[in-house]
Design a protein around this ligand. Structure first.
Ligand SMILES: O=c1ccn([C@H]2C[C@H](O)[C@@H](COP(=O)(O)O)O2)c(=O)[nH]1
Ligand SMILES: [Zn+2]
Length: 165
């Protein structure tokens, strides 16, 4: 029997882990996941957008509009920052980060300061917004490579039915 040929690529695997991490998010509007990978292709951190430890998901607001303090924006810790903070306890110099959404300016600062040298994203839907223009500018100045993830398929389906294993 010859080897299986339709296995997923490294890019598909790591962006898949980022997307799966995002499925943990309680944000009703936007679920973002991120996955940090070291130069040996080992996963060293994952994260999703969520409230800080100790802040109850049911007590804080999730809305987008209204007074600033009544929205999710001051409270949610972004996926990329969580992935950095959740790392397995190593330096992240030379690592790459896979993220569902191109990182905002705040996450970008953390990415650069952590020593991450490549950002691989799936969606750049906010590219025209100031925060994301600032991100690109900082990443380019800091010499961090940026690229859209390369995928060879539209989707990967996961089954939790034991009969499918
Ligand atoms: O770099 C980023 C930018 C945003 N997020 C999170 C933060 C929020 O939970 C949502 C954005 O909210 P909208 O519904 O698009 O207004 O995405 C992130 O994790 N990383
Ligand atoms: Zn961010």
């Amino acid at each position: 029997m010859s080897k299986r040929e339709d296995y997923i690529t490294w890019d598909e695997y790591f962006i898949g882990v980022a997307l799966l991490s995002g499925k943990r998010s309680k944000d009703p509007a936007t679920q973002v996941g991120a996955c940090i990978v070291n130069p040996l292709n080992k996963i060293v951190g994952t994260g999703y957008n969520g409230l800080p430890i100790g802040c109850n998901d049911d007590e804080f607001p999730w809305q987008k509009k209204g007074d600033f303090l009544d929205t999710k924006y001051p409270y949610v810790c972004h996926a990329e920052l969580n992935a950095i903070l959740n790392n397995i306890g190593i330096g992240l110099q030379g690592c790459k980060i896979y993220t569902a959404l191109f990182p905002c300016n705040e996450c970008t600062k953390a990415i650069i300061q952590a020593g991450i040298t490549e950002v691989i994203y799936l969606s750049d839907k906010h590219a025209a917004k100031d925060s994301f223009i600032a991100s690109r500018k900082m990443l380019e100045k800091a010499g961090v490579s940026i690229r859209k993830v390369k995928v060879q398929r539209e989707q990967v389906i996961l089954s939790f039915n034991e009969k499918d294993v």
